[in-house]
Design a binder for this molecule. Structure first.
Ligand SMILES: *[C@@H]1O[C@H](CO)[C@@H](O)[C@H](O)[C@H]1NC(C)=O
Ligand SMILES: *[C@@H]1O[C@H](CO)[C@@H](O)[C@H](O)[C@H]1NC(C)=O
Ligand SMILES: *[C@@H]1O[C@H](CO)[C@@H](O)[C@H](O)[C@H]1NC(C)=O
Ligand SMILES: *[C@@H]1O[C@H](CO)[C@@H](O)[C@H](O)[C@H]1NC(C)=O
Ligand SMILES: *[C@@H]1O[C@H](CO)[C@@H](O)[C@H](O)[C@H]1NC(C)=O
Length: 733
């Protein structure tokens, strides 16, 4: 009997689980930005060096020899790209999160590194200038670089020769926020917003290189309705540079992959129609430039193969690990060598090297080997109806140790959910984790955040509320003007759903999110002050008027879109009233549950003032708040010491509020830069973590969420075989 009792007790003690240290979850991963060199001989990656600064390393793909190739000592490398010049990479940095991207060229030959390991060539490093690689086709030794160095709102286009370092102005841009190039790096299209937020494409009027953005040189080409804009993405020209491949939203909710002659865009041929969700990745042969595969992600990524030649390869890879979704990370130009990973929630990416000639994949690197010994959460995708019957997709991640009910143990109507493994034996403490954007979505896959929260005993609910992308333009556009309204109701309806199914305990639900998710957290705690037990706002706007007023210069080209999203313009009294009515700042006195606010001082998108003013409003009303300000961070916390500190604060806060698990934490233990302000909460009113020596440089501000990154490989497609196209791999549901 005693034995049985012990077993039962053990079964129901849900906290009998090993704590995963913050040091493992929020340190930089061992390998990130992993990619193959164009010749397939080397694998590049970013990793912390012996001084903890993230630098670029390379490893030979047929041996295990690694070497460091950049030697930055102060600013971590954000990313890098290979170029057509062997042994030359370009790498990127910014000033502590200000998003003014610097670009440097680095000669990574052993001889050059031996001569001077810190030597590098500046491509773009001017104060308040954001560099961007517009075209790098890995074939031409010249890359096209954008720099907003004359007019902060607009990027001029320069050609940078990766061999000679020569930088040449290609186009002085006085008009266009976006450009589209062909395979020979000619500017073929440019676009700007029309009066109703539509996207208007222009083409150069005359043949030959276009000299300026003067209207006399450009003719209108195509108009994309505002409603279709989020779904419409030109991909590339075909090899002849005469046909354009494009994902288009026109006349469909989920979008089509189409091809049309550049001279006659009305002659569209549909190559692929999205089946369940929007088209995600489009995989193209890097040399033959044929369409290989398309990815759609509803709950989990699914691959649709478009070329029989690669069916065997794909099938081999999918079969290798049917529990994970195949992700092709990188391919050599000759397609002989691939880097692939298998996406799953309960396993961080292992990266495999696949050699096509012997049809064999081998484990190449584990990105987070220290996590292997822990049991991580599953992440279940499901749908639920909102109050107006709109179908909303969401993910639930339960604590891995939570016992589940079988379908025979639940009412008939809940059986499908029990079959998915999402009905726990007892209602859980739950965090609603709201994504940013809002034109973005939550995805399936490993996430340190989900792993951490579920390990601490919380269920995590991630909702793709209206306004999100990925599920069709109807859902995205249904968010227009619904900030603080229907977009908030979707979050409430998701919580209601979880409570009604016995997933969550109504009194133990917290809300947390970054950026738009931070705004929603503030909305939740002010407009529905009794619904959530507490909330954590990370870089969230508190006042939609000041958010729109403070848009940085290079958002100007997308201002109409922003106005449509928030649903009112600051230029009219009526508009200001509407925005005010949906801005948590003006309702701060309603906050009645514990709140934590986190902000990066260099954030160019949501300025520090958004958090400062909300904290002041709370302070005036004597409402308790904990405020963490990071002087050396931007739109979210990036540096590992700051990230570990931030998560130490959050888990302590959540433990006090919901009673989950927490790893012991001492403010200051990580030497983070956090400036901590506590109002009405025990402890010193203002504490600063130790060892903040110099004031970190406060970078110039300039945001970029609307910038569309250029495609890395040129994408060219031919009409695929429809039969093959419709075959779905046995990716596990
Ligand atoms: C890289 O450095 C090596 C050794 O100094 C030199 O021979 C080579 O020309 C350099 N390559 C480029 C593209 O600068
Ligand atoms: C090495 O390169 C760095 C960065 O370009 C430069 O500041 C330094 O003077 C160089 N050192 C030597 C020994 O040439
Ligand atoms: C499939 O790929 C092969 C190899 O790249 C290529 O030769 C062939 O044209 C492609 N087929 C289609 C239908 O695109
Ligand atoms: C919900 O949580 C409260 C507070 O911890 C607890 O008293 C109550 O029993 C829980 N309800 C359910 C249904 O588990
Ligand atoms: C914090 O800084 C102190 C003094 O420089 C050092 O002794 C300690 O090891 C540092 N701790 C961490 C976690 O970096």
């Amino acid at each position: 009997m005693l034995y049985l009792a012990l077993i039962i007790t053990h079964f129901f003690i849900t906290n009998a689980v090993e704590i995963i240290p913050r040091e493992i979850l929020f340190q930089d991963p061992k390998y990130s930005s992993v990619s193959l060199s164009p010749d397939g001989k080397q694998v590049g990656y970013v990793a912390p060096d012996e001084n903890g600064v993230r630098n670029v390393f390379t490893r030979c793909s047929s041996c295990s020899y690694s070497r460091q190739v950049t030697f930055e000592t102060e600013l971590s490398v954000l990313n890098y790209v290979w170029t057509a010049v062997p042994d030359v990479i370009l790498f990127m940095q910014d000033n502590h999160g200000d998003e003014n991207t610097k670009i440097f060229k680095k000669n990574i030959t052993s001889a050059a590194i031996a001569a001077n390991k810190t030597a590098r060539t500046t491509v773009c490093d001017k104060p308040m200038v954001k560099g961007a690689i517009f075209v790098n086709n890995l074939i031409s030794e010249t890359v096209l670089i954008g720099m907003n160095d004359e007019n902060p709102a607009l990027h001029n286009i320069y050609a940078f020769d990766c061999r000679t370092d020569k930088l040449t102005l290609v186009l002085r841009n006085q008009r266009f926020p976006m450009f589209f190039f062909d395979n020979d790096m000619n500017i073929r299209l440019a676009s700007e917003e029309g009066p109703d937020g539509e996207m208007i494409y222009y083409r150069p009027r005359n043949p030959g290189p276009v000299k300026s953005t003067d209207p006399s040189e450009w003719a209108e080409y195509l108009r994309i309705d505002h409603d279709d804009k989020a779904l419409t993405v030109p991909l590339t020209f075909d090899k002849s540079n005469n046909f354009v491949y494009c994902i288009m939203g026109e006349g469909s909710d989920l979008g089509n992959l189409v091809v049309f002659p550049f001279e006659d865009p009305a002659q569209k041929e549909i190559l692929y129609t999205a089946q369940k969700s929007q088209i995600g990745n489009v995989l193209i042969h890097p040399v033959d430039k044929t369409l290989l595969a398309i990815t759609e992600v509803y709950h989990k990524p699914e691959i649709f193969v478009a070329n029989d030649t690669f069916m065997e390869d794909m099938q081999y890879l999918v079969n290798m690990k049917p529990t994970g979704s195949l992700n092709i990370i990188s391919m050599s130009l000759d397609m002989s060598t691939w880097l692939v990973a298998f996406v799953s929630a309960d396993e961080p990416n292992d990266i495999y090297l696949y050699r096509r000639w012997n049809k064999k994949a081998e484990l190449f690197m584990s990105t987070r080997p220290e996590l292997k010994k822990y049991t991580l959460n599953k992440q279940v995708g499901f749908d639920f109806p909102a109050r107006d019957d709109m179908t909303i997709q969401a993910y639930l991640s339960l604590p891995p140790q939570a016992p589940l009910l079988k379908s025979s143990q639940v009412p008939d109507s809940d059986r499908p959910y029990a079959n998915l493994g999402m009905i726990p034996a007892v209602p859980q403490k739950m965090i609603v984790l709201v994504h940013g954007g809002p034109k973005a979505r939550d995805h399936y896959g490993f996430s340190p955040m989900n792993a951490w929260l579920t390990n601490r005993g919380y269920a995590v609910l991630q909702v793709n509320f209206r306004g999100s992308t990925g599920f069709g333009k109807r859902l995205t556009n249904a968010g227009n003007g619904e900030w603080g309204r229907k977009m908030h109701f979707d979050i409430l309806d998701a919580v209601e759903f979880a409570v009604s199914k016995g997933i969550a305990n109504r009194t133990e639900v917290a809300v947390m999110g970054g950026s738009y998710g931070g705004y929603e957290t503030l909305v939740a705690l002010t407009f529905t002050p009794q619904t959530f037990a507490c909330g954590v706002d990370i870089v969230g706007p508190s006042n939609l008027i000041s958010l729109v007023q403070a848009i940085p210069p290079y958002w100007l080209g997308f201002r109409k879109d922003l106005i449509k999203m928030v649903g009112a313009d600051i230029d009219t009294e009526e508009g200001r009233q509407s925005l005010q009515s949906r801005s948590p700042l003006f309702f701060a006195d309603r906050v009645s549950r514990p709140i934590m606010i986190i902000q990066g001082a260099n954030d160019p998108r949501v300025k520090q003032a958004e958090s400062d003013q909300f904290v002041s409003a709370l302070e005036k009303k004597n409402i308790p708040v904990t405020y963490l300000l990071y002087p050396d961070e931007g739109h979210g916390v990036r540096k590992p010491q700051n990230s570990m500190e931030q998560h130490g604060h959050i888990e302590t806060f959540l433990q006090q509020c919901l009673g989950g698990e927490a790893q012991p934490f001492q403010p200051g233990q990580y030497n983070s830069t956090a400036i901590i302000k506590k109002v009405g909460i025990e402890g010193p009113a203002i504490a600063r973590s130790q060892h903040l020596t110099a004031q970190m440089p406060r970078g110039p501000v300039a945001p970029s969420i609307f910038y569309r990154p250029p495609v890395r490989a040129q994408r060219v497609m031919y009409p695929p075989n429809q039969d093959v196209m419709n075959r779905i791999f046995p990716v596990q549901g």
